[in-house]
Unconditional design. Structure first.
Length: 346
């Protein structure tokens, strides 16, 4: 097996391109290869599902429509005697279409006393530092191997993709399934955007706050996010990775589908689409519930507890992934249960 320093260097090089996605829901796990000058030209696949898999789409749509508080990404949190605070749902990508802030968002941010993001620092250097301090979260240290958990054909497909990114098979063999999925998650165009220095929406918001001397804090740490991924049962990590492999050639379409869902405020799709895709592929979709529980629901509570003192003090602007705002245990619902009025931002 390669030495730990060698593995660490390889992981750090790879994670530089995917650090932003460690906060994304696992519905974004689709495979990619590294290709120069690639451009995003995917298509929203929901219309395709309506045509080719109507029963699956009906189920996806029903689950999405049952999710509460999906009609907006900008919310005002207020209570008598307190300066209003705000919740803003982001996507952790550089896509220019989502960088046009909804009306009122910039004004609310610049009038706030502090900004809270999921991570205060999303830079490659910060991500690599977190990885270097906890390689066990990325690499099997108990003798387990990824090539023993996948079929020979599945592992060959994984190594073919990551091999084009410069990662040898012997390194991939000792990586945990979740990090393999994350490294294969983004379409080529987004990987190239990161390499060229383009910023995710969260980073744009953070820079705007800093330019106006508004303190920026993090509700989580990169290490905590990695621990959350690594804590998902191995069998569920494998199940989600298999779904990613089954739709490896649809990575740009999935990216576009999620962008379109965000733009039209159809946020419930984020929580329902992966299960539908797994069903189409004839795969076990039990891992979806495990991923949602770990990556969204439990973290919602963590973000709520971390941000509540800021909101209770008034004048806070909370910008986190949009999936953390929605549903019966999203931040909008949690603040309402805590006695705050939460209304559409403007």
């Amino acid at each position: 097996m390669p030495s730990t320093p060698y593995i660490r260097v390889r992981i750090c090089r790879a994670i530089m391109t995917v650090g932003r996605y460690c906060a994304l829901t696992a519905t974004a796990l689709l495979a990619t290869a590294i290709t120069a000058n690639a451009r995003c030209n995917g298509a929203d696949i929901l219309s395709e599902l309506v045509k080719d898999h109507p029963s699956v789409m009906k189920s996806v749509r029903a689950r999405a429509d049952a999710v509460a508080n999906t009609q907006a990404v900008f919310w005002k949190v207020h209570k008598k005697g307190l300066t209003p605070s705000y919740l803003f749902g982001t996507m952790h990508v550089s896509e220019p279409r989502i960088h046009d802030l909804p009306e009122g968002v910039e004004k609310a941010l610049l009038s706030s006393r502090r900004l809270a993001l999921e991570l205060a620092d999303m830079s490659p250097a910060a991500t690599m530092g977190a990885i270097a301090g906890s390689p066990r979260l990325m690499v099997y240290t108990d003798g387990s191997r990824l090539d023993q958990k996948l079929t020979a054909d599945e592992f060959a497909e994984v190594t073919a993709v990551l091999g084009r990114a410069g990662m040898p098979a012997q390194t991939v063999a000792v990586l945990r399934p979740w990090i393999v999925g994350v490294m294969m998650s983004m379409p080529v165009c987004e990987q190239n955007a990161i390499r060229s220095g383009k910023l995710a929406l969260d980073q744009v918001i953070g820079n705007l706050a800093r330019m106006n001397n508004i303190p920026v804090i993090g509700l989580e740490t990169a290490k905590l996010q990695f621990e959350t991924f690594a804590g998902i049962p191995d069998e569920d990590q494998i199940a989600m990775l298999r779904t990613a492999l089954a739709f490896a050639d649809r990575r740009e379409d999935m990216y576009e589908t999620l962008i379109q869902a965000y733009l039209r405020r159809d946020l419930g799709i984020v929580l329902s689409l992966t299960q539908g895709l797994a069903k189409i592929a004839g795969l076990d979709h039990s891992g979806t519930a495990s991923f949602n529980e770990a990556l969204i629901y439990k973290r919602n509570q963590t973000m709520f507890e971390s941000s509540k003192p800021l909101v209770a003090g008034g004048g806070a602007f909370i910008a986190v992934g949009a999936a953390h705002l929605i549903g019966d245990n999203g931040l909008v619902a949690l603040y309402r249960k805590a006695g705050f009025n939460v209304t559409l931002g403007k």
